[in-house]
Design a protein around this ligand. Structure first.
Ligand code: IPE
Ligand code: IPE
Ligand code: MG
Length: 244
């Protein structure tokens, strides 16, 4: 039953969000960066609630990159504390709303309490069929590809689809349809590089703590106005090409 529910979600869109700008949002208001991260959690709640109505089946949020360990110790600890609080306080409402939570990224460098909270939250929400929420923590797309390559090297043969499963740590995960990045930055910062091979990119100046359901709807409108070709031609041009 569970796999049936999951495959239904995979027919819906996969959106990835690089939630950027928490620090600038806070410092512009004379607040500590921590307050920006706290406000960012509120934005996560809004977006998770709005996503299913926007045709999104899978939502991958970049919460902490493997390069974010370079930040001051106090900020890293505050981010870890926020993550732990989110994982423990949110499980109930996620499961009530049919949200299946997964955490991607390395776990071996996370505090034990967080690794345990991740396991509990994933197990409790495993049957969620309204939205697959994936939170990227200690995540590096390049590291994910390298570790997949090492595992593939130990196999007799490995198809592209099998390699994709190794990279994503999931079976038949839908490619990313749309990457959204807030705060005016226009880069990928090592986020879902494999999965986003044909993703549409959407950049907004909105700081993540201000991002809301209307901003998500605006991003989706932009997405639906794009023409995706995947290397081919648009249908009308393909028909003309028959007489080529
Ligand atoms: C995004 O906001 C959250 C994380 C990277 C953890 P930032 O903390 O990067 O905010 P800015 O970019 O400094 O404004
Ligand atoms: C990317 O944001 C990581 C997350 C949003 C978690 P950063 O703020 O760390 O990225 P750079 O350093 O500006 O590229
Ligand atoms: Mg940033």
């Amino acid at each position: 039953m569970q796999s049936g529910l999951r495959s239904k979600l995979e027919t819906k869109l996969h959106v990835g969000i690089i939630m950027d700008g928490n620090g600038r949002w806070a410092t512009r208001r004379g607040l500590s960066r921590l307050r920006g991260h706290e406000a960012g959690v509120e934005a996560i709640r809004r977006v998770v609630e709005a996503a299913p109505q926007q045709g999104i089946g899978t939502l991958t949020l970049f919460a902490f990159s493997s390069d974010n360990w370079r930040r001051p110790k106090a900020e890293v600890s505050a981010l870890m504390a926020l993550l732990l609080a989110y994982l423990t306080s949110e499980v109930r409402s996620l499961t009530d709303n049919g949200v299946r939570l997964s955490v991607i990224g390395r776990r071996d460098r996370l505090p034990n309490a967080i690794a345990a909270a991740i396991e509990r939250a994933e197990a409790a929400s495993a049957d969620g069929a309204a939205l697959h929420l994936r939170i990227a923590v200690d995540y590096s797309a390049r590291d994910a590809i390298v570790s997949a390559a090492i595992r593939a090297g130990a196999m007799q043969a490995c198809s592209r689809a099998a390699f994709a499963d190794l990279v994503t740590g999931a079976q038949n995960l839908r490619d990313v349809d749309l990457v959204i990045r807030t705060s005016g930055e226009r880069r990928l910062s090592d986020f879902l590089l494999w999965e986003s091979a044909y993703a549409e990119l959407y950049f907004t100046d909105r700081m993540w703590p201000d991002f809301d359901a209307d901003d998500l709807a605006e991003a989706m409108r932009s997405f639906h106005g794009r023409e995706r070709r995947f290397g081919g031609l648009q249908p009308a041009a393909s028909e003309l090409a028959i007489g080529f």
